[in-house]
Design a protein around this ligand. Structure first.
Ligand code: PLP
Length: 449
């Protein structure tokens, strides 16, 4: 009954508040207001401990792509955990799910990416990507090629190197970063591009900035350029037409490797298992991924490495002939078993095709919200969308931070049964891939209200 669930909720809250350091959380409001304890989930819904049910508008955190409560994934994990939960993959050891998943990923990825390095999530995948790039250039006798080019407002994670690659200033407030390793270009923000500049001219401007930076730093000192194909946490920023391939061309001309961070954009969110090639015309040297790889049922990330990089990485020399990097949990059998089942579900239920069909519908329906005085922009692609709340639509002027507009929009939505994610003055909508038109109509009606 109610008093039981209230006292259970209170007991959980006490333990949580006193001992759990939450990521990305404002402890002042958290300690005053308490938090929602999400205790159950099913399909497109999650429920709190008091039994209130919500539509999950953010797929957990852009990750539960196949939706919640997939017993098959739980069964696959249980079967693997009871057969052989863990053993090392160092030296000459392996396990069946890691081998199977590697071959599967190689078959889904662009043709030249056939070698998989497993990590514990997205940050560690990006961290490893940088380490391998540095190692590669050291090995081929170009040790001065060290700088990584990233972008302002990029989000690549929070290990030390991934946090440094991250260009969202507020994320690193009072934290140190490894600044000497990274140089930041402007983000591609069409909505806030200089007034009067066409999208084509804006693209020229951004590409020109990269060109100038290469001249300033010297191509001989630059190792790689890392980018999210669509910036996620930085505001779901879709670059202007032609941007991706022109940036890639500059990389190729200057012997700069291209790392594409597909932590959010892979595994169906844009209608394909990987979006680099199919959506953006990119042939990266490394793709990093996580999240939808296991639909968040268990932590897992990966860096997909090109054949030409692997020619060097895969023939280690020097001390013991060993490529001396990796995690205890690289190729964890339970994680890999979950990912294999996850991919099987995506293929069987044609979830990429579902997004190709209903993704554009979500985009057009969300864009109807532009009639509101405070909705400055609705942008994104397929199941990666965002609303930008403004004070003035003509000028794009923002409301003051204290207005907490993103939080308040999210709170109002939640009261009406929908969870979306506030990020400053933005609201992000990144659903599980199993939404259909009827659910989209329902969600847009809630947001409209
Ligand atoms: N890269 C991108 C584009 C992300 O959105 C995220 C997380 O949101 C990460 C990397 C970091 O992944 P993780 O939180 O699994 O370390």
């Amino acid at each position: 009954d109610d008093s039981n669930t209230d006292s259970q909720a209170h007991a959980v809250w006490e333990k949580d508040k006193n001992h759990f350091i939450h990521p990305f959380t404002d402890f002042s409001t958290f300690h005053q207001q308490g938090c929602d304890i999400i205790s159950d989930s099913d399909g497109i819904y999650v429920s709190d401990i008091k039994g209130n049910r919500f539509i999950d508008g953010i797929a957990g955190l852009w990750c539960v792509n196949v939706g919640h409560g997939r017993k098959e994934i739980g069964d696959a994990m249980a079967e693997q955990a009871t057969r052989m939960a863990y053993f090392s993959t160092f030296n000459n050891l392996t396990n069946i799910p890691a081998a199977e998943l590697s071959a599967k990923l190689a078959s889904l990825a662009p043709a030249h990416l056939n070698h998989i390095f497993y990590t514990c999530g997205g940050s560690t995948a990006n961290d490893v990507a940088v380490r391998l790039v540095h190692y590669y250039f050291n090995r081929i006798g170009k040790p001065e090629k060290k700088k990584i080019i990233s972008r302002k407002n990029a989000y690549h994670g929070t290990t030390y190197m991934a946090a440094t690659l991250t260009g969202i200033e507020s994320n690193n407030w009072m934290f140190d970063t490894l600044d000497s390793h990274v140089s930041y270009l402007s983000e591609a923000n069409c909505y806030r591009r200089p007034a009067g500049m066409s999208e084509a001219a804006y693209c020229d401007h951004l590409v020109g900035e990269f060109e100038t930076r290469i001249t300033e730093l010297g191509a001989d000192n630059i190792a790689a350029f890392i980018m999210e194909p669509i910036m996620g946490a930085g505001g779901v920023l879709v670059a202007p037409e032609g941007y991706h391939t022109r940036m890639q061309a500059l990389c190729r001309q200057n012997d700069i490797l291209l790392i594409v961070d597909e932590v959010v954009t892979a595994f169906g969110r844009l209608g394909h298992f990987f979006s680099s090639e199919k959506v953006f015309g990119l042939t990266p040297d490394i793709i990093t991924c996580a999240k939808g790889l296991s639909s968040g049922y268990v932590p897992l990330g990966a860096a997909l490495i090109s054949d030409s990089l692997y020619e060097v990485l895969g023939t280690p020399q020097g001390k013991g002939g060993v490529l001396s990097t990796g995690f205890t949990y690289s190729g964890h059998p339970v994680s890999c078993a979950a990912a294999l089942k996850n991919i099987e579900i995506m293929e069987r239920e044609a979830l990429c095709e579902n997004i190709q069909r209903v993704g554009p519908y979500l985009e057009t329906q969300l864009k109807t919200l532009k009639h509101h005085a405070t909705v400055g922009d609705v942008r994104g692609s397929n199941f990666m969308m965002c609303l930008e709340n403004v004070a003035n639509k003509e000028t794009g002027e923002l409301l003051p931070l204290e207005a907490r507009v993103g939080d308040r929009v999210a709170e109002e939505a939640q009261q009406r049964g929908l969870i979306i994610r506030p990020v400053g003055h933005l609201n992000i909508i990144s659903p599980p891939l199993i939404w259909d038109e009827a659910i989209i109509d329902n969600v847009v009606a809630i947001l409209d209200a």
